[in-house]
Design a binder for this molecule. Structure first.
Ligand SMILES: C[S@@+](CC[C@H](N)C(=O)[O-])C[C@H]1O[C@@H](n2cnc3c(N)ncnc32)[C@H](O)[C@@H]1O
Length: 270
């Protein structure tokens, strides 16, 4: 499969179809601290593809850096659907002491949401996870950027992430709309099962299986799905599994390397 993928890539790069221009946006050799699964060091090298149309974003690659700056470089209206899982502003720390960058402050929230709104196509949807303890800040940022709230999704866990005043057994996201949107052909339930991932690739790894119904509902095959806070790349894997193009941004070099490696094979990933 790897060989086929490589052959396809080199053929594609050497003889691109007329509507597509392969662009080595930034030839990256990313060396992470190690694959969380195998413990081996990771080396990845990725080519982004973009169409010749002026209004196109790079496709099928993961950019490393602050998503606010990275999104500023993307054309307005170039993403068809945004599915993202930003920091919850909850000072997260797991049992192994792992933390999430920017989870200790909300300074990124308003500028990032503003860019997400600009980059999303008019008539497009965004699904954003959020931290319930700061729902007011998230809602203010979304409305301030121009998003309309058109739904709320509960992800039901069969386990508790923590227990204090309650046994906390769900994750949550809002469905946001930009401008005049058409309802999807087949609306999905707003309660979705959330299997446990084991968080081996990322301290707050989302299950691909819970993300796929959202991508299937709010985008079409071949469209571009953007995740500006992509972590280990779960959204991007879900998008690729469904035949969508994908684009991720990630601040941490370690998670960027994990996501890049996860997306570098051609096979379907859970
Ligand atoms: C909640 S995690 C996403 C986890 C992801 N859904 C997964 O399944 O692996 C949020 C991610 O956003 C990244 N992040 C935080 N601030 C960022 C920024 N300004 N630009 C890009 N990424 C950022 C963090 O490093 C973290 O990996």
């Amino acid at each position: 499969m790897r060989l086929l993928e490589r052959a396809w890539r080199s053929l594609f790069a050497a003889h691109p179809p007329p509507w597509v221009r392969p662009v080595r946006l930034k030839v990256e050799r990313v060396i992470g601290r190690g694959n969380p699964l195998t413990g081996r060091r990771m080396e990845t090298d990725m080519t982004c593809f973009t169409s010749d149309a002026a209004n196109a974003a790079p496709r099928n690659c993961i950019l490393q850096g602050d998503c606010i700056d990275l999104m500023r470089a993307l054309p307005a209206g170039s993403a068809d659907f945004i599915l993202t899982d930003p920091p919850y502003i909850a000072r997260f720390r797991d049992r192994q002491g792992r933390t999430v960058a920017n989870d200790d402050n909300g300074r990124w929230l308003v500028p990032a949401v503003r860019e997400m709104h600009r980059v999303l196509k008019p008539g497009g949807f965004c699904v954003s996870f959020y931290g319930w303890s700061h729902v007011d800040r998230f809602v203010q940022a979304w409305r301030g950027a121009g998003f309309r709230i058109v739904g709320h999704i509960v992800f039901r866990k069969r386990y508790a992430s923590s227990t204090r005043f309650l046994s906390y057994e769900h994750e949550q996201a809002y469905l946001l709309a930009k401008g005049d949107v058409c309802p999807p052909e087949k609306p999905i339930p707003d309660v979705i099962d959330f299997p446990y991932t084991g968080n081996r690739l990322h301290p707050t790894q989302k299950p691909v299986r819970a993300l796929m119904p959202l991508i299937e509902c709010f985008s079409k095959p071949g469209e571009l799905v953007l995740d500006p806070f992509c972590g280990s790349g779960s959204t991007l894997v879900a998008a690729r599994n469904l035949g969508r193009d994908w684009l991720g941004c990630e601040l941490s070099a370690e998670h960027h390397a994990t996501a890049t490696q996860r997306l570098s094979g051609a096979q379907r990933v859970a």
